[in-house]
Design a protein around this ligand. Structure first.
Ligand SMILES: [Zn+2]
Length: 188
């Protein structure tokens, strides 16, 4: 329940907001002018303010991450977390994507594996052409579902885990281009 006092406060806040907005609309040009005149000062002040409050900012960020369920084992580089909430979201997203890419059937997967072995003699990564040890294989989408790829046979291939994670959500073409470039750099 909200008390009368609290309600008044909220009302005041709302009124203030409207007033501020109106004032801003009327004085837009003046504010802009003031900003450009004092730009360096403002920047300095902001920097200083941020530096002084760094601790509380990081605390707030921590709390926010915790709230969103991405605080544990949070990988700041790629933004992947292993919490239950995150996994659930990820699964939901994945299944939605799978639906949009058509159903992935066991028969199709089997066919992809069989054809890979028929072609190379042993289970082989279609990207680095190295044979894959048992359990280190992954089903790969040449054009990722995120980029409009489908779950059809022609869009599927077997890759090693290393290539799969390096390729991430790039298309086969994009990945091969990057690999070519990095190989050229190695030669130099
Ligand atoms: Zn590979």
């Amino acid at each position: 329940m909200i008390s009368c006092k609290q309600l008044d406060k909220i009302k005041d806040k709302e009124k203030n907001k409207v007033r501020c907005k109106k004032w801003y609309q009327e004085n837009k040009e003046r504010v802009k002018e003031w900003y450009w005149e004092n730009r360096e000062k403002i920047r300095k002040y902001k920097k200083e303010y941020f530096r002084k409050n760094l601790k509380s900012f990081s605390e707030r960020l921590k709390k926010w991450r915790h709230k969103k369920g991405i605080s544990k084992k949070y990988n700041s580089e790629i933004g992947i977390s292993y919490t239950k909430e995150y996994k659930k979201l990820h699964e939901q997203k994945r299944s939605a994507l799978e639906k949009s890419g058509g159903l992935l059937t066991i028969e199709t997967i089997q066919l992809v594996y069989e054809d890979n072995i028929k072609r190379y003699g042993t289970l082989t990564c279609y990207l680095c052409l190295q044979s894959i040890k048992f359990g280190k294989d992954s089903l790969e989408h040449k054009i990722p579902l995120v980029k409009g790829g489908t779950n059809e046979y022609c869009n599927l291939a077997i890759a090693c885990i290393s290539c799969n994670s390096k390729k991430h959500d790039r298309t086969e073409k994009e990945y091969r281009k990057i690999m070519k470039k990095s190989k050229e750099m190695e030669v130099i």
